[in-house]
Ligand binder design. Structure first.
Ligand SMILES: [Zn+2]
Length: 263
């Protein structure tokens, strides 16, 4: 089993899961980059794992589907969130299901609504290390914006991811790490793990390397959106709004709103 990380557009990542020449594609926003890879490596397209309905995650489905049909592979399976309209969706999920791809690779579907209402993540427990494909929910040092859901919903979704094994690789859909770190440092200027990670991430980007995937363990140390119960994060939120805040959900809501306008 192989995992391939294809950069697309300015800062997207498209993930491929490959076994014995067969591939599932997570969130094919761009058809060309995926098709070129599949053609160059003579791979067979089985289906798509869609996390949510934003254009940069689904924009390539139709073209790739046409290509697969023309190439004699048949029509790819399209797994996606039940609450959202996804082109050519064949199966709908809302969280709690287990799906079987590539002859015995089991993925758990997790409800991670908040960025969009029906957003789902795919968790592959039985890999070493385990892998999480979480679209625009949890990012390295940050989290997705709230477009359709509520802050409470996104908070609960992130809590569901925070309890995964610490070694889990977080295969998110964007390279937003450096700008997320700038905000995280404003929240926790004295977090030494964050400073170490900041130095490492900056040097990776200088060498044009990916900072993604991250791990759940690292995120628990550096990501303010997973640290709303920490005194340092509560204090930053309290100072920002001018009154004491101690409820983690409220802390989350405050810092999520703050990040939206942070420059
Ligand atoms: Zn999105």
């Amino acid at each position: 089993m192989q995992f391939i990380q294809l950069p697309a557009f300015n800062d997207n990542y498209i993930w491929l899961l490959e076994k014995s020449g067969h591939v599932w594609v997570v969130d094919p926003g761009d058809a060309t980059v995926v098709r070129d890879y599949l053609e160059n490596h003579s791979l067979y397209l089985d289906g798509f794992l869609i996390t949510h309905h934003h254009r940069d995650h689904i924009g390539g489905i139709s073209e790739l589907r046409d290509w697969a049909i023309t190439s004699g592979m048949g029509s790819p399976i399209v797994y996606g969130p039940s609450q959202e309209e996804i082109p050519f969706k064949t199966h709908s999920f809302s969280g709690g299901e287990v799906i079987d791809i590539l002859n015995g690779v089991l993925l758990q579907v997790i409800d991670v609504g908040g960025h969009t209402k029906g957003h789902i993540a795919y968790y592959l427990e039985n890999a070493n290390p385990p892998r999480l494909f979480c679209g625009d929910t949890l990012f390295a040092s940050g989290c997705g914006r709230i477009f359709e859901g509520t802050a409470n919903q996104l908070f609960d979704s992130l809590q569901r991811l925070a309890i995964l094994p610490t070694e889990t690789l977080v295969c998110c859909a964007h390279e937003y790490t450096l700008s997320n770190i700038r905000f995280a440092k404003a929240i926790e200027p004295n977090n030494q793990e964050l400073m170490n990670w900041s130095n490492k991430a900056e040097s990776l980007r200088r060498e044009q390397k990916f900072t993604v995937p991250t791990t759940i363990g690292l995120e628990l140390e550096v990501n303010p959106f997973l640290r709303c119960q920490e005194a340092s994060v509560m204090e930053a939120a309290s100072t920002h709004v001018g009154h004491p805040v101690t409820e983690p959900k409220e802390v989350f809501s405050i810092i999520r709103g703050w990040k939206d306008v942070f420059k």
